[in-house]
Write a protein that binds this ligand. Structure first.
Ligand SMILES: [Mn+2]
Length: 324
């Protein structure tokens, strides 16, 4: 399959100039990169006197509320008719189709950093191995000569911090760190931002994490680990916020692949994490999901947990065996 090329900066500039009403779409179950990137764009467009809103699929999680702009909504304001849609951090159109489908004739600008991005936009700007969509928006805004305010810069730094797990992942380049440094130079306090983002775990979330760790099972000579959080367990813990749980599984000694299966809004979801050369995006793609080499996800239409788990474990084991 031949990969569609990125549009040029001048093509993107023209599309943005022609648009007066812009609707920004973060992916379903928006994470900090999606929400922060959408918020940064809202702030950048406000400065350029464009009418823009972000339309999210759900209310943002409390843990990322600090990355949410006033114009980030869950309902479209009355009378607002977009003439351009911008999808942020969406590897494929399924991640935002719930909202895109309401605007069949509106052009899409697809901004993303997932290597598996299907380039579904009328215009695409995708850089596959970048730390975050936040970093992509920073570089794009600079290339277009758009002013990045302190407020926008803070959203971007939050997006970068979350998607790199505080500069832990290999997607953190020297340029990522330079951008973070430039943002600090604009007066953004990284420690205050970190406190907002990482220092507010709810008891419910920690309880759910404890349940996941407690019920985890190792496979492939302890090189892999999985856990399962059905709706019932989420209700008992008092939250459906599964953020950071799969990372905690991955960070156990000797683990190369971690899998978290969980019920999410009526579907069964799998989050995959890996370390080093183990490429879980291959497994995700094989099941209709997507993501990055070390972090991918899949939404299953099949609700049979046992069957899905069996299939996934078979593929993950094969992946680990091939690597060793
Ligand atoms: Mn991202």
């Amino acid at each position: 399959m031949k990969m569609k090329k990125n549009n040029t900066f001048s093509e993107i500039r023209i599309a943005l100039q022609e648009a007066d009403n812009i609707l920004i779409l973060p992916h379903i179950k928006a994470d900090g990169d999606a929400a922060g990137s959408a918020s940064a764009l809202l702030e950048i467009f406000r400065k350029r006197e464009k009418k823009a809103y972000a339309l999210a699929a759900e209310t943002p999680l409390p843990s990322i509320r600090t990355l949410v702009h006033e114009r980030y909504r869950t309902e479209i304001p009355e009378g607002f008719r977009p003439d351009l849609l911008i999808t942020v951090d969406c590897a494929d159109i399924d991640r935002c189709i719930d909202r895109v489908k309401n605007f069949p004739d509106v052009k899409i600008l697809n901004l993303d950093h997932h290597g598996t991005n299907t380039r579904f936009g009328d215009l695409d700007y995708v850089i596959g191995n970048l730390s975050s969509t936040g970093e992509l928006i920073y570089s794009l805004s600079e290339a277009l000569g758009y002013k990045i305010t302190k407020k926008a810069a803070r959203y971007i730094l939050g997006a970068i911090l979350l998607d790199t797990n505080r500069f832990y992942y290999s997607s953190t380049s020297s340029r990522t760190l330079e951008i973070a440094a430039e943002i600090i130079d604009r007066g953004v306090s990284m420690s205050e931002l970190c406190e907002d983002l990482f220092g507010n775990n709810s008891k419910e979330k920690m309880k759910l994490l404890a349940r996941a760790i407690d019920s985890s099972t190792f496979f492939c000579s302890n090189r892999g680990v999985y856990s399962w959080l059905p709706r019932k367990v989420q209700l008992e813990a008092g939250t459906d916020n599964t953020d950071d749980i799969v990372e905690a599984l991955r960070d156990m000694e000797g683990v190369e692949v971690a899998l978290l299966l969980y019920d999410y809004k009526g579907s069964l979801r799998a989050s995959l994490r890996s370390v080093g050369d183990v490429d879980v995006s291959k497994v995700a793609l094989a099941f209709g999901g997507g993501g990055h080499k070390n972090a991918s996800g899949i939404t299953f239409t099949d609700h049979d947990y046992e069957k899905v788990l069996r299939k996934l474990l078979r593929e993950l084991e094969a992946l680990l065996v091939r690597k060793s």
